[in-house]
Ligand binder design. Structure first.
Ligand code: ADP
Ligand code: LRH
Length: 496
């Protein structure tokens, strides 16, 4: 039995995990208590098939993890983070109105342009600082306007806040995640009445009435139901947007770093102390999400390892055999570099489906040699992702006027040596890889600080992370011709 153990609930799009952590000799020691799969579930709804999250199964996974943690540890606090933008709607009795819809569902197709007719994209960006992604909460709500659920809803809770509500009864919105909704004013860190008024007046949905009070990360929001954890265990609002927790745990020792939070998505950018709201930034579709301690996460979403996850799912489903990822990556490392590159940010890759076929189709249309097998497809994904990391790091640096000396790769993708090596070569900067579970570490450290076990700002949290894990360094030494590859890749940022 250890003392003052914190428990991080970290829900990723590919898996959920419950991680225990405690401080010992200036280091954070961790133990993965429970891991459970996650993914979209397609359900018929009238004429359409709608992608959902299985939120009750996720809640069950959390309960299993919390109870297992309490059997082994003296739990001092719990924090929850998950992917952004998605939410549950509650009725006047507090009951959940339907399973939360997955951000990859097609219901938001064409919705951003409908919103821009009433609130032009530059005006929305000036207020929220948010990149245009079809799945931003504002667009999901406009897509839902007029449905029975939207008409019946009395409360909207983002996913970590919804799960926290089921554990404590509290109804709040933690700010880092609220900043991904498109409803938050980036300057004042409060809900934007200008934006919610437009949604009400143009689409008949009184969003402001649904939104709970905001809390900053580090606040105690409630006490965990004693039927789950005995002993008045506080639920701490952490950076409940997984990317906020991941960036808080980037083990940087100098300020001039870029990061790639590399999992289902690659979130590529910089940490700033104020937003960049220029027209060039908007046109490049960079986002200003809110981070810990008043920081801004200035970044762009790159499609990420989703392409690999969905390719593996496609191959496994069609062949009935398990794909061995480390073996596949080793073989891809030996394949011809930069033979085929595609624009990984093409919207064709957003919905679930047969990624190898979509990659082949895009390559053929761009005049690139089409990958012939699994190894060539994986090599194409890795080369193309590295190219997108390069493009995004460079643009972030230019648009913010910040020079960079290193790229930190955190998240599950930090274990992908091929991708890290290619990212170093493509960006021309050393890559420091790890920790793989950065999000859970950021979650744990914010709890420890809120409850008095850590004293200091983000540099202190980062020092602890750096002292607590093994990091790998990759130098830009492959000598590949990324300029030529960039010229071949079909895309670039999607400006509005
Ligand atoms: P999310 O939080 O979005 O669910 P993670 O940060 O857990 O994502 O990262 C998941 C990804 O990490 C997987 O899709 C896989 O590509 C990569 N990954 C996990 N383990 C390994 C490994 N041992 N070697 C290489 N890549 C790995
Ligand atoms: C990563 C993430 C990302 C969002 C996306 C919806 O898990 O939170 O920051 O853009 O999911």
């Amino acid at each position: 039995m250890t003392e003052r153990t914190y428990v991080a609930v970290d829900l990723g799009a590919s898996s959920g995990r419950v991680v225990a952590g405690w401080l010992a000799g200036g280091r954070l020691e961790t133990e993965e208590i429970h891991r459970f799969p996650n993914g979209p579930v397609a359900l018929r709804a009238g004429e359409r098939t709608v992608l959902h999250w299985d939120v009750l199964r996720l809640f069950e996974g959390i309960l299993t993890g919390l109870r297992a943690a309490a059997r082994e540890h003296d739990v001092a606090g719990v924090g929850i983070d998950s992917w952004a933008v998605d939410h549950g709607l509650l009725d006047a009795d507090g009951a959940l109105l339907g399973n939360p819809v997955h951000y990859r569902d097609a219901r938001t197709d064409g919705v951003p342009d409908r919103v821009f007719e009433h609130l032009p994209a530059p005006d929305l960006y000036a207020r929220t600082g948010l990149q245009v992604q079809p799945f931003n909460t504002i667009f999901q709500l406009v897509a839902a306007a007029g449905t029975v659920q939207a008409a019946t809803a009395r409360r909207l809770l983002l996913l970590p806040d919804l799960l926290g509500h089921w554990l404590t009864g509290a109804e709040v919105a933690e700010v880092t995640n609220a900043s991904t909704t498109g409803l938050l004013d980036v300057a004042s860190r409060t809900w934007s009445t200008e934006v919610t008024d437009v949604v009400r007046d143009a689409f008949g949905l009184d969003v402001a009435a649904l939104l709970p009070d905001l809390v900053e990360a580090g606040s105690v929001v409630g006490t965990i139901d004693p039927a789950v954890l005995r002993g008045e265990v506080p639920l701490v609002a952490v950076g409940s947007h997984d990317t906020a927790s991941a960036v808080a745990a980037v083990p940087a020792t100098e300020p001039d770093f870029a990061y790639v939070s590399c999992g289902t998505w690659s979130l590529v950018g910089l940490e700033l102390d104020r937003p960049v709201l220029s027209e060039a930034s908007r046109a490049a579709n960079f986002t200003n999400e809110l981070g810990l301690d008043g920081t801004v996460r200035y970044l762009r979403n790159v499609m990420g390892l989703w392409l690999l996850q969905e390719s593996i799912r496609t191959w496994e489903e069609s062949s009935g055999r398990r794909v061995d990822l480390p073996d596949l990556l080793t073989r891809a490392e030996a394949a011809e570099p930069l033979r085929c590159v595609v624009d990984v940010d093409d919207p064709v890759f957003l919905p679930p489906g047969d990624m190898p076929a979509r990659i082949a189709d895009l390559a053929a249309r761009a005049g690139e040699p089409v990958p012939q097998d699994e190894v060539e497809t994986v090599r194409c994904i890795m080369d193309s992702l590295a190219l997108a990391h390069r493009r995004t790091v460079r643009e972030a640096s230019e648009l913010s006027g910040r020079d960079l000396s290193v790229v930190h790769v955190v998240g599950g993708g930090s274990q992908n040596a091929l991708l890290c090596r290619l990212t170093a070569d493509a960006t021309g900067l050393p890559v420091v890889a790890g920790p793989a579970e950065g999000t859970a570490l950021g979650n744990l450290l914010v709890q420890a600080r809120a409850l008095g076990d850590v004293d200091g700002g983000l540099p202190e949290l980062r020092r602890i992370v750096a002292a607590s894990c093994e990091l790998r360094r990759y130098e830009p030494d492959l000598g590949l011709d990324w300029d030529a590859a960039e010229a071949r890749a079909s895309g670039g940022p999607r400006a509005r």
